[in-house]
Design a protein around this ligand. Sequence first.
Ligand code: G3P
Ligand code: CA
Length: 308
Amino acid sequence: MRYVLITLCALLLAAPVLAEGKIVIAHRGASGYLPEHTLEAYAYAHAVGADYIEQDLALTKDGELVCLHDVTLDKTTDVAERFPDRKRDDGRWYAADFTLAEIKQLQARERLPKRFPVGKSDFEVPTFREAIELIQGINGSTGRDAGIYPELKQPSWHAAQGQDIETPFVAILREYGYDAPDARIYVQCFEVNTLKKLRHEMGLRAPQVFLMGDDPSSRWLTDEGLAEVAEFAEGIGPDKQAVEKDPDLVKRAHARGLVVHPYTARSDAVPRKYADAQAELHAFYFEYGVDGLFADFPDHAVAALRAP
Ligand code: G3P
Ligand code: CA
């Protein structure tokens, strides 16, 4: 019996002690370590204990959802070298002009300096399905239950190209079991009309987060604006500077039943006002009191929650 108790105590001490209810969102996967929006970056994020793993989503020419932060391909792939003649007049290469088979020929690469070396190893642009199947697969093999945190990128831009990004998105969420209020997902978007459409026209029941910037004059940051957000979303995802400018925002959002998930903590670009990355993470989680944070280095955010 004594042995059993000692073992139980050891297990409890070894278990992650995340501050209750607070979450870590791996921003574009563990993008501080591996090229953003690659299966490798998602797997690493899962391994270091992220609660949710983000996918930004755009459509290909043939209507497939792929994980890309931009509607263009040139900042995060070698498209300019492989398809030099396929740029538009503005000098950019758009995912909407390429089939999935063509996008699969590209090498995904790091966007930011001093991170994963460009041109090394071999990375693909994943589809949304591949990302989900990877995360659900690791959930099954580890017993952890990491969620997904998909963002629909520029739905109105897609519509102007004649593309409907919402319909295939909702179909995939339903196919993979994410259309429920308690599903391990947050759907995010900067476009209010898309979130309203998903909830009120398409009947999507998954939790939603409305993304916003840090403009203090935005009506969405007022009490009236937050009350309106609560009609179609369960949370807000403000630029983290919106919280720094008005720390009361977190309490005001909570008062309307909204969680607050600011973006983005970057341990290799910590603002001067904080001593180091942990100081910034602690400030957001425990002084400002946010419920979750998008983090490029999700292991650092997990560490902050383990040692409040
Ligand atoms: O979606 C939260 C955050 O990722 C928004 O910024 O530009 O990195 O998609 P962005
Ligand atoms: Ca995003």
